[in-house]
Design a protein around this ligand. Sequence first.
Ligand code: SF4
Ligand code: SF4
Length: 382
Amino acid sequence: MSVTGTTAVLDRGGLGALVRVLVARGRTVVGPTVRDGAIVLAVLDSAERLPYGWGVELEAGRYRLRRRADGAAFAHSAGPQSWKNFLHPSREKLWSADRSADGTPVVTGASAEAPSYAFLGVRPCDLRAIAIQDRVLTGGAHRDGGYQERRRGAFLIAAECTEPGATCFCVSMGGGPGADAGFDLALTEVVDDAGHRFLVRVGSEAGAEVLADVPHREADDGTRDAAVAAVREAVDGMGRAMPPVSLRRLMGESLDAERWDDVAARCLTCGNCTMVCPTCFCTTTEEVTDLTGDHAERWQRWDSCFDLDFSHVHGGPVRASVRSRYRQWLTHKLGTWHDQFDSSGCVGCGRCVVWCPVGIDITEEVRALHDEAEARTKETGR
Ligand code: SF4
Ligand code: SF4
């Protein structure tokens, strides 16, 4: 009999036990915690490091922590990092080579065994982002062995969103604040007169096995109803939305839009938006050697399409202007990603909006492109 879909209730102590059980099983548990004025992802040895009682205020180019009275652990939206920081890290050694006594190079392969990760508090938008990176990096033409190894055994505990940020727009990207697939366990946090607790849904056999070792109780109607209501409220509480049009077609029709000049005048080409984006996957490789020339290493590191070198072919970059680089990013993310990977490259997490130092807002740019396309159609009749 399938155990997926089973529900249970954990209290705050049960959440602590969940982390202990995962650690005892040899998992490296990663989850949100407070550091340096932000909610960041870090290795957790105890659930006490979760950001109980912290929320966030988000706006374009702005992020602030704020205290909450209810002691909730997951009432904050996506922070500056995503799970790609762990599954597809910003720097990774691919191999090293040493000159042996007889002068021949001895090559040593990639680093040590991948940790057995358990990710605690994966937002539904980030579950979809992981699924997108899976399509890119575990199948097709762009396989990444390190990613595959880290991803293979990863245990995912989703935390449904009950309080979306002012920059969130997952609903308009076809997702939502509820977790529907891709998790081993899904938590919905409920804080009301009946107490602080978590509705747990089982999403896999592995999830059921872990839950069996954690003190829990049967799900009651009150907790179930409160969890459903909290997620439903979050649907209505999205801070932003994409225009309800085919973004793929809009991108295809907007290659010569004037709006690209407008955004190019503001964009610093810093690449922050690509670094924080949970689906951006581009990398470059670097070879380094020591001064003796006897030791060399090859590293893979994140790259960004905002970087001039990114499109450098003989003689110079193909995309030399800011306009062409911003257009490339947005057109790929919302348009040609469909052709390559059969989905959008955006899950509506809002990180690129928050962490852009000049507050460029992807939803505002798309709206402007849409308005321009409409005006063009009115003028030309096409
Ligand atoms: S859109 Fe913002 S974050 Fe992205 S490259 Fe331009 S200035 Fe940087
Ligand atoms: S493009 Fe922006 S909103 Fe979309 S997934 Fe990337 S960071 Fe999130």
